[in-house]
Structures are given as structure tokens and as C-alpha cells.
Design a protein. Structure first.
Length: 83
């Protein structure tokens, strides 16, 4: 796996619904790949997710000059004070 400096910023629009008692949905959004020695590269991704206390997800996308990627992960929501 090649190493790159920098990071990735993304903004996702998410939509979901209840399926068999669980919240499930899809995400779609733009990506900006940043690097110490390279200009920013644009891209986009689409993913699926489900909420089960934590939120596992799978995402595929493409970034210009770098090509396609796939990733799986786990979003862990932080508690929010509600009144």
C-alpha cells in the first residue's frame, strides 16, 4: 500500500429509513484529497450504512489522478446534550 502525506475531507448527504426495525441508508458526496507536496484533488463517493448503536459503513469512490478506492469503517457518534 503506497504512503501519501496529507488527508481527505469529505461532505456526505445522508438519507435513511427503517428496515426491519433498524435504521439503514445511503450517502453521497464530494471529496477533496489534500497533500503536502501536491495540489488538492477532487472526487466523490457513495456509500451504505446502518445504525446499530454504532454505524458501520461501506463506501466506494474516485479521486482524480489517484483512481478508485473502497473503504469500510465504523462511525461512533458522540453523545449530545438534549433538553
Amino acid at each position: 500500500m503506497p504512503e501519501r502525506s496529507g488527508g481527505r475531507l469529505w461532505l456526505d448527504a445522508m438519507i435513511g429509513t427503517r428496515v426491519a426495525g433498524r435504521m439503514m441508508g445511503v450517502s453521497l458526496g464530494p471529496i477533496l484529497e489534500l497533500g503536502d507536496l501536491a495540489h488538492p484533488r477532487a472526487g466523490g463517493s457513495v456509500g451504505v450504512w446502518t445504525f446499530i448503536g454504532v454505524t458501520p459503513f461501506a463506501r466506494i469512490g474516485v479521486v482524480e489522478e489517484l483512481g478508485a478506492f473502497g473503504e469500510i469503517g465504523l462511525h461512533i457518534a458522540l453523545p449530545v446534550l438534549r433538553r
